[in-house]
Design a protein. Sequence first.
Length: 220
Amino acid sequence: MQVKTLIKSGNVKLNKIPILDPSYLVRENDSFDISIIKPEETKFTGEDIKLKILYEDDDLIVIDKQAGIVTHPAPGNETGTLVQALLYHSKNKLSDVNGNNRPGIVHRLDKNTSGIMVIAKNNYTHMNLADQFKLHSISRKYQAITWGVPSNQIIEGYIERHKINRKKMSLNNKENGKFSKTEIKLIKSFHNSSLIECTLHTGRTHQIRLHLTSINSPIV
């Protein structure tokens, strides 16, 4: 994806001539010049924000993230994030695999989602945790309140950027995008709404919201 962006933005030359077609098939003796512009990274400082720590040792921190806090700094949310809280608590001793704006962050939760997060204190731990998430050897379960009373089932589909609103994601069965799979289990019915448990077999952006909406049981 990064290479495709570089090509479409005119930062790649093929035999000294700019190339704008990412689908070009490389031929023998082709010569490429690539201009990579490294963005400036802001060095964030710690803030005294309360954390609910479930476990901590020399390698990692396990926290219970509260709803309402953003995981890492981004445009419009440069301060008051979980990253600033972690920097303050750990005295800046976090992994830097993901750069200065996401120290220690191996995985993320949406602003309004609460739940357990694992934070890496060093790069060795970070890479090992990232591999576990990639291989799905870590089991992830979420609880949600939805409209309606969905049955126990497995929901599958492909998630891609919305064709019109690029800030949103959409679900399809045409193999466009990345494959996603969620297993849902009914815990309790309240007649017009339900408490359910979602087990993630993949971890795509907005996966749970899209899957539940697809079966007419959107999150309350």
